[in-house]
Design a binder for this molecule. Structure first.
Ligand code: T1G
Length: 712
């Protein structure tokens, strides 16, 4: 054994404890320790059975994901298969005791055991497809033998975990243990010690018939192609499970290993592993140490019950944090509450939440028309109309009514946090918490650091974001922060392309084919074209004279075509908001472009993708250089979780790295020559490209900003 795997004895039952914090990943040394322990129990005649359990908060969360990078850059392929066979062939029965998570290699380890017991709160799953890979240690071969083909293909292709209770109902878990898991597992081990130990790989009662399985696999492939559009791993997982129904176990494992390796070396897997670690990296703020004290957030208030305010109130209620929801009058409050109730009812109807949960959430949302109860709250999130004067008035009120130390946050999507803070006597308690619509759905939360925002307030909001089920990313207080600042050039290029001869549907289709959840024109119609129009009008005075700006969308707004909310925008919408291209808009844009003397031409999908995506990359490089984002990976996580950028491409900055920065830089220089000043290459991009480096190098070489830049 080693210090990662310990052996103790409880009479004639050996307890093998895996102790590799924080999640007992199967890092080098752990499989070796388990193997040595199995050898020991088989050489000790006094041992009747063994229990394998995880120390700390969980069983085994899988293979060590950090090891994959070594394997794909020439390191040895580490296989768990021999260890799992050794366990399964052990002369002494092995009981796996699961709490927390048995994910990936953790579940594969558990299935090599002869029996499995679990705490009711435990979860089991094969989430490998979320990393762009598939189970690589017999998971696609043992799982169907335990739970049947249909459930196994769903678990391996979709990657969603199931509860221990559901696993017990399926026969994957042999007993649920309330209370002391170890004691219960030892008792169970004593009960089965004298019985023949079933080997999972020899089970055949759940394999199904060829005809039944053909229907299952065909349906699974159709679902994967629809719900996981463009992804390699889900289809590979289905192939591997199918091999389990057609090949003997050993050959099935060989087929799985081949498919696993193909996925592991794919760009998609490298991108998804980048995202996995990136979603955890963004929580690390260089100048705010982990031990920074955080403030208690037990009661909050939201000002404004519009779409955003209502959604934000739901976010807190969903996290069991009581929330006051304030409006200016009864009618507005009723409308806001009505929308919240409707949202919960829809989620219940779709089976996403239970009615009990919805009732509990609604019970802790308290509608109010005054600030009377605001003296008790620990934090307020302002979500009123996007106008500076109104926001400053609200913050002046909040400064007056809230207790000292309460956090005053604005949900503004572009306005200056420092100017908002100037309306209070407590700028150190003011911060931006920019939720993304719909707030109760989108995972991203941009946390906007004001010049005077205190480290405690920042640390509190970063920790709170995880409690709210959000991915909190700290950004600087430049106009549009990070996400929206980049979204401007992205949608600007989309509009230019339409004015130069393309059309809304072609632009949107090119980006949906690239992998985006939605195209830029449909996104504008969804959010409301008037939102951007109002901001452009507010900042018109900042536009450099002589620099070409898009005009078609402003014209549509002047015609009252705001998008879905008016059933007409770039597209026409029926009563169910289904879009169809609008020949009138196509004709109007052609006419307007001719009047503006813009030469018309056929535009390829490749150019559409390059113009829109590289506009993101170029602006992202500027933001990095100015220090308004800490790392390139922060920008990737923002775009994946807030703007529907395809995770299997890793985010805009990672995508640029995979395309090669020299090639991206040269393409941007082309656009600079063709389309002028707006395409001037970002200096950081030029430097990295010309030195053969990547944005990942920028992050690694700690060139990343030591702290978020503060507005000059
Ligand atoms: N490998 C390495 N590090 C891991 C890890 C893993 N499998 N899982 C978590 N970590 C790190 C994580 O980066 C973070 O580090 C810390 O642990 C806490 O994680 C062979 C090929 C288990 C539900 O995909 O889903 O097995 O930031 O913040 O919110 O066929 O971690 O502190 O430095 O997420 O409590 C399959 C991935 C692998 C599970 C816990 N397994 N992990 O969530 O903590 S592939 C997975 C999770 C595989 C086999 C295949 C979650 C969690 P740091 P955390 P959490």
């Amino acid at each position: 054994m080693n210090n990662l795997v310990k052996i103790t004895k409880d009479n004639d039952v050996v307890i093998i404890t895996i102790d590799n914090p924080p999640v007992n990943a199967l890092s080098p040394g752990v499989p070796e320790g388990i193997g040595a322990a199995i050898d020991e129990i088989n050489h000790d005649p006094t041992v009747k059975a063994a229990v394998v359990i995880g120390a700390g908060r969980t069983f085994v969360a899988g293979a060590d994901i950090k090891e994959f990078g070594k394997m794909t850059s020439g390191g040895p392929r580490r296989s768990l298969l021999p260890l799992l066979l050794k366990i399964e062939d052990s002369a002494k029965p092995v009981v796996m005791a699961i709490h927390g998570q048995a994910f990936g290699g953790g579940l594969e380890l558990a299935m090599a055991g002869h029996y499995r017991v679990a705490s009711p709160s435990a979860q089991v799953g094969q989430p490998e497809v979320k990393l762009g890979i598939i189970p690589g240690a017999g998971g696609t071969q043992r799982l169907p033998r335990l739970v049947g083909v249909a459930k196994a293909v769903e678990m391996c292709a979709e990657g969603k975990p199931i509860s221990a209770r559901d696993a017990a109902a399926l026969g994957l878990i042999d007993r649920l243990i309330d209370g002391d898991l170890l004691a219960g597992a030892v008792t169970f081990a004593c009960e089965i010690a004298a019985k023949p130990a079933p080997k999972t790989r020899e089970r055949a009662d759940k394999q199904g018939t060829a005809a039944e399985n053909a229907v299952i696999f065909s349906a699974a492939r159709d679902t994967a192609r629809k719900k996981q559009r463009g992804l390699i791993a889900p289809l590979a997982a289905i192939d591997a499970v199918e091999a389990s129904t057609k090949l003997p176990f050993d050959q099935g494992c060989e087929a799985e290993a081949k498919l696993f390796t193909e996925c592991l070396f794919s760009d998609q897997s490298k991108a998804l592993i980048h995202v996995f670690f990136g979603e955890r990296k963004v929580a690390k703020i260089p100048d705010i140490p982990k031990e920074t004290p955080v403030l208690p957030i037990n009661r909050v208030a939201v000002v404004g019950s519009g779409t955003m305010g209502g959604g934000i109130a739901m976010v807190f209620a969903n996290a069991s944090i009581p929330v006051l929801l304030k409006e200016v009058d009864e009618a507005a409050l009723e409308q806001g509450l009505g929308k919240i109730k409707k949202n919960y009812a829809t989620s219940v109807q779709r089976g996403r939440i239970t009615q009990t949960f919805a009732d509990e959430c609604l019970h802790i949302i308290t509608p109010v028309l005054s600030y009377d109860a605001f003296s008790d709250v620990d934090m307020v999130v302002e979500a009123v109309f996007e106008g500076m004067a109104l926001k400053k008035a609200v913050f002046g009120d909040l400064d007056r009514v809230c207790r000292k130390g309460a956090i005053l946050a604005s949900n503004t999507s572009t306005l200056d946090i420092d100017e908002i803070a100037s309306a209070t006597s407590r700028p150190e308690s003011v911060i931006g918490t920019h939720f993304f619509s719909p707030a109760n759905v989108m995972r991203l939360l941009e946390i906007v650091r004001g010049t005077k925002s205190s480290k405690e307030v920042i640390a509190t909001c970063m920790q709170l974001s995880k409690k709210l089920g959000k991915i909190g990313v700290l950004v600087g207080n430049c106009r549009g922060f990070v996400g929206n600042r980049m979204f401007g050039p992205y949608r600007r290029e989309a509009q230019f392309l339409i004015e130069e001869g393309s059309d809304a549907q072609s632009v949107d289709q090119a980006l949906v084919d690239f992998g985006n959840a939605m195209g830029p024109m449909a996104t504008g119609d969804l959010a409301g074209l008037d939102v951007g129009w109002r901001i452009r009008k507010e900042y018109r005075h900042l536009e450099k004279p002589g620099i070409r700006q898009p005009f078609a969308e402003d014209r549509l707004c002047e015609m009252g075509r705001y998008g879905q909310k008016t059933l007409r925008g770039w597209y026409l919408y029926d009563e169910n908001r289904r879009p169809t291209p609008d020949p009138e808009v196509i004709a109007l844009v052609r006419q307007w472009s001719a009047e503006a003397g813009i030469p018309q031409r056929q535009i390829s999908s490749a150019e559409i993708v390059d113009r829109c995506i590289y506009a993101l990359v170029n602006e992202g490089a500027r933001i990095l250089e100015e220090g308004y984002a800490l790392r390139a990976v922060d920008i990737d996580i923002i775009y994946i979780n807030g703007y529907g950028f395809p995770a299997h491409r890793g985010g805009p900055m990672w995508y640029a790295d995979t395309m090669g920065l020299q090639k991206v830089y040269e393409r941007i220089c082309d656009f600079h020559r063709q389309h002028g000043e707006l395409w001037a290459p970002a200096p950081l991009l030029k430097r990295l490209a010309q030195s053969g480096k990547t944005f990942a190098d920028f992050d690694k070489e700690s060139q990343a900003a030591p702290e978020i830049a503060l507005r000059a």
